[in-house]
Write a protein that binds this ligand. Structure first.
Ligand SMILES: CC(C)(COP(=O)(O)OP(=O)(O)OC[C@H]1O[C@@H](n2cnc3c(N)ncnc32)[C@H](O)[C@@H]1OP(=O)(O)O)[C@@H](O)C(=O)NCCC(=O)NCCS
Length: 153
């Protein structure tokens, strides 16, 4: 998934990010589940069982002063864009964040020109609250990120 140009553009993936890094990233998600009770799930198409993406909840260690809180995030293989899967899985992640984790406010951090991701946030009811210049990965240059928020009812 992360080898596609579209996903690399959306995630600001460094040019030298390869398969070993993808393995570490998957291990890091599993570790975050163990250590913090948050992480991403693999998303599968119900009819076929095919892997289509990664959606879930993230508590970043990278920029703790800038990071607003528990973040809902979504990435799909481009072959599966346009089907509503990110919105469906994002809604499940939001429910988990409020009901299981007891969070009162969830966030989504989205680079300013990522309109597809902003549309997912809007469909889920998130509102744009501010913009911050920050990097989400150590190798990334700082970028302007929109901070979207959704409050529990
Ligand atoms: C961000 C990303 C996950 C959005 O994917 P997406 O397919 O546009 O989002 P959804 O799965 O919610 O699908 C929405 C589309 O499906 C359509 N759709 C069909 N059935 C739908 C349903 N039941 N519910 C919602 N949308 C539906 C919508 O109309 C919309 O269509 P459009 O593409 O013509 O606007 C994808 O672009 C991606 O992986 N980008 C790269 C990684 C990335 O940037 N991640 C976010 C970092 S902040």
């Amino acid at each position: 998934m992360e080898n596609s140009p579209e996903v690399r553009a959306g995630l600001l993936t460094p040019d030298d990010f390869g398969q070993p890094d993808a393995s570490y990233k998957m291990a890091a998600w599993l570790g975050q589940w163990e250590l913090r009770g948050t992480g991403h799930w693999a998303v599968e198409e119900k009819e076929t069982g095919q892997f289509v993406g990664s959606v879930g909840l993230n508590q970043s260690e990278v920029t703790p002063l800038d990071w607003p809180g528990v973040e809902v995030g979504w990435t799909l293989h481009p072959n599966h864009w346009g089907c509503g899967y990110a919105t469906e899985a994002g809604a499940a992640a939001v429910k988990y964040g409020f009901d299981k984790l007891g969070e009162s406010r969830l966030f989504s951090c989205i680079v300013a020109d990522n309109s597809r991701s902003q549309a997912v946030a809007q469909r889920l009811g998130f509102e744009l609250i501010t913009e911050k210049t920050m990097s989400l990965l150590p190798a990334q240059p700082a970028q302007t990120h929109q901070i979207w928020a959704l409050d529990a009812n």
